[in-house]
Design a protein around this ligand. Structure first.
Ligand code: ACO
Length: 338
């Protein structure tokens, strides 16, 4: 059976920065409140003419250039997003066409903040099934397009970005990357975090716009409590399933929703802070893109090296919950842009 490994990684972050001070000018909030309650200091916001596929294409191009392969050797393109350019065609089709991945198939994967972890799991199984050699997994979200900048409880939390990896086949067991997963969905929590309108239940109308139904609606404390508990449980159970302990892990790379969620889950796991990647201060919650962005930081800062075991964990709207164990198989970066 072939093994799956991550062989390239690239990210795209729009240059425009929105600081907490900028938010203070448009909504009743403060830098101190945001930092204390979330850990976020700034987030990047895409210009008006940039959509999710544009950022996804930039991240994908970095991956292809870094790996030095033509786009038409990619077998599948998965775009993990809750902010597609439009409901259809899938953003995966737009990206596939723009990068020139002729002959590939693919789809959009809607799992909110767990999207990228679900995408990694999916790609690994495509590879291990022997039917695919190269799968591009992209997490990309333009969250600023679905925020109500009058709702201080949600608009301060999110930012825009994209990140991508190439998941590739190898026959060499020493090169095996994917070790295992534990993913769940729990629709009983669906009402706590959602965008109510714009689908078949509540199509766009003057009323849905007047009632602000096309933006993120959230019961923050419910989401917070669930996220802490499940990020801990799914990580603990996945490690146990593979007879591993926290000592075997080089780095926990969690979804970046709230610094307090991450530290509470990490404390329960008993993992020391230096083994937990946190970069929410710079980017906020970029939904599908947080894990590739955090992985890039861990990799470029030398916190993960070839042979290390990495634990990815995420909780998101749905609810969706996912954890993956991967052995990192990339050499330390030596020049190419990531
Ligand atoms: N600035 C100032 N005050 C605020 C702000 C703000 N931006 N937002 C809320 N408040 C106020 C509230 O109105 C409330 O005031 P009140 O006591 O007068 O009623 C007070 O702060 C406390 O509100 P809480 O909602 O209890 O604040 P909490 O400490 O729970 O923090 C937060 C809110 C940050 C949203 C938190 O619940 C959270 O992070 N939840 C998880 C949400 C999340 O990350 N979702 C993203 C996707 S899902 C995922 O990724 C897991």
């Amino acid at each position: 059976m072939p093994h799956a490994k991550i062989s390239a990684l690239g990210c795209y972050v729009p240059s425009g920065v929105m600081t907490n001070q900028d938010l203070e000018r448009i909504v009743d909030t403060s830098h101190d409140w945001i930092v204390e309650r979330t850990g976020i200091e700034q987030r990047h916001i895409a210009p008006k003419d940039v959509a999710t596929s544009d950022m996804a294409v930039e991240a994908a191009r970095i991956v292809l250039e870094q790996r030095g392969i033509p786009a038409n050797t990619v077998d599948a393109v998965l775009v993990c997003t809750v902010t597609p350019d439009m409901l259809f065609p899938a953003t995966a089709c737009l990206v596939q066409n723009r990068i020139g991945a002729r002959g590939a198939w693919g789809f959009d994967l809607i799992a909110a903040c767990s999207g990228f972890v679900f995408g990694l799991t999916t790609a690994a199984h495509f590879i291990m099934g022997g039917t695919h050699k190269r799968v591009l997994v992209i997490g990309a979200d333009t969250m600023s397009r679905i925020l109500n900048y009058k709702d201080r409880a949600t608009c301060v939390l999110f930012g825009d970005a994209a990140g991508a990896v190439l998941v590739e086949a190898t026959d060499d067991p020493a090169e095996a990357g994917f070790l295992g997963h534990l993913n769940e969905i729990d629709g009983s929590g669906g009402d706590f975090l959602r965008m109510p309108a714009g689908g078949s239940r509540m199509p766009a109308s003057h009323d849905t716009i007047d009632q602000d139904m096309h933006s993120v609606h959230q019961e923050g404390q419910q989401v917070f409590k669930y996220a802490v508990r499940k990020m801990y449980e799914v990580s603990r159970d996945l490690l146990a399933k593979h007879n591993l302990t926290i000592n075997d892990i080089a780095m926990l790379i969690p979804h970046q929703a709230n610094r307090r969620i991450i530290t509470a889950a990490a404390d329960r796991l008993g993992i020391p802070p230096e083994k937990v990647l946190i970069n929410i201060n710079r980017y906020g919650n970029t939904t599908g893109a947080t894990i590739p962005l955090a992985t890039r930081d861990a990799w470029t800062q030398g916190k993960i090296r070839k042979g290390d075991i990495v634990l990815f964990a995420a909780v998101g709207a749905g609810f969706t919950v996912g954890a993956n164990l991967w052995r990192w198989q990339m050499d330390s970066p030596n020049g190419p842009p990531v």
